[in-house]
Design a protein around this ligand. Structure first.
Ligand code: GAL
Length: 418
């Protein structure tokens, strides 16, 4: 309950309004279904295919159009989607992060509220309270969650660690000690692929958590912690030093491309969300270890992927059935073990999941939850985009003072900092 209250506090979400019925616009009886997402990488694509298979089992006559726009974290997909929504050409259902990200799609204008579907499918009982709270915006549910991802994971090559007699770092001091040892041996200590511009901000979330703690980090998104705080300066200095241990080709690599460094034993550690676990699986790579990044023990930096229903969806009935599958036990069990995420529902069969995911499911129950900003849970999209851009620039500029001032300004622009 306390964990969920924290999410609740962070989100300053509005109260649930009256449950209103699903609208009746849209054509019935079509045999198509267009699903829009950015899931094209290994693990992502397999997970989605798994959920398509679950859908086809229930609705075999429907042809699914897999409308993907490649780019991790929705780098390219979000703009395409916004254009389609405002241009009156929406897909039947689309991927959106649970949380304040939904605001960017102007839900009251472009989406159907899903309150009655939540009720008829019993999701208000099958989903944890914190997730339900995260999904409410302006008093309604606008999307159905399919998973929970963890953003703050330190993946490491077991081969490299055991060959050098190392154990995962618990503190930043240990991290730098390990980094020096590995650098001297010609191994990339801290693997990064920041080609798409969100990955630096992603890794920095973990550094902020490790430096400010769960409460201090969460407060950055509610105004309780100021970005001018001396601990933010410290986090930026730490991160700047971490970046000095990355691969020289980082700007040319995406998150999954960078993961190859671990697979071929040329790199040691990477901070990435647990879709990396799905990607490793898709590459038949199992010699990886996982740990919380330095200072992150007991904190779960969370996000959730969900699916929404645009107004005037061409295949509305099929889209409603898609949402039913997405929120179902069978749908989530088909999707998550391949995707590298745990179910949003509380009743999935744990035996279907690998050792990493079983451990993540336990942490999800026991850890302090904080929201990821890069993946839509912590802040409105315009602020999240500024944060990502500022932290992308930091990789090359290394300018701590300027970066901290920009982060504070972004918080002011969002109306959260004074
Ligand atoms: C996240 C998304 C994950 C995964 C990742 C990399 O934003 O929530 O499902 O796809 O991006 O693309």
């Amino acid at each position: 309950m306390v964990r969920h209250m924290r999410w609740l506090a962070v989100l300053s979400v509005l109260l649930i309004g009256a449950v209103i019925p699903i609208g009746s616009a849209g054509a019935a009886g079509t045999n198509k279904l267009e699903i829009f997402s950015w899931w094209t990488a290994g693990g992502e694509a397999e997970g989605l295919a798994g959920m398509f298979a679950a859908y086809k089992q229930r609705y075999p006559g429907v042809e699914i159009v897999n409308a993907t726009v490649a780019g991790g974290a929705g780098t390219n997909a979000k703009a395409v989607l916004a254009t389609r929504l405002t241009g009156g050409d929406p897909p039947d259902s689309f991927q959106v992060h649970a949380g304040l990200e939904i605001q960017t799609y102007d839900p009251e204008k472009f989406l159907e509220p899903l309150d009655s579907l939540y009720k008829s499918e019993g999701w208000d009982r099958a989903l944890p309270k914190g997730v339900l709270t995260l999904l409410q915006y302006k008093g309604h549910y606008w999307a159905v969650p399919v998973n929970i991802h963890r953003a703050n994971v330190l993946w490491y090559s077991k081969k490299v660690f055991s060959a050098n007699n190392l154990t995962p770092p618990k503190t930043f001091a240990e991290f730098f000690k390990i980094a020096d040892t590995l650098k001297a041996k010609g191994i990339v200590p801290f693997v990064l692929g920041d080609k798409e511009g969100w990955e630096s901000g992603h890794a920095f979330e973990a550094v902020l958590i490790g430096t400010l703690g769960a409460q201090g980090y969460a407060g950055l998104w509610t105004g309780k912690t100021q970005w001018t705080d001396a601990r933010v300066t410290q986090a930026l200095n730490t991160y700047k030093r971490m970046i000095s241990y990355t691969n020289t080709d980082h700007a040319a690599l995406t998150w999954d491309g960078a993961g190859q460094y671990l697979i071929n034993g040329k790199g040691a550690m990477q901070i990435m969300g647990d879709w990396q676990n799905g990607w490793f699986q898709s590459k038949n790579y199992s010699d990886y270890g996982w740990a919380t990044p330095p200072g992150n023990a007991g904190v779960f930096d969370a996000l959730s992927d969900s699916f929404a229903l645009p107004k005037r969806a061409k295949d509305r009935d099929n889209a409603l059935n898609w949402l039913r599958v997405a929120g179902s036990k069978a749908g989530q069990e088909a999707f998550n073990p391949k995707k590298g995420s745990i179910c949003a529902r509380t009743d999935c069969n744990q035996a279907l999941f690998n050792a990493y995911l079983q451990s993540a499911a336990k942490d999800w129950q026991s850890n302090t939850l904080v929201p990821s900003v890069v993946h839509g849970a912590a802040a409105i999209e315009s602020w999240a985009v500024k944060y990502k851009d500022i932290m992308a620039l930091f990789v090359t500029s290394g300018d701590v003072a300027k970066t901290q001032a920009s982060l504070q300004a972004a918080c002011k622009d969002a109306g959260v900092c004074k």
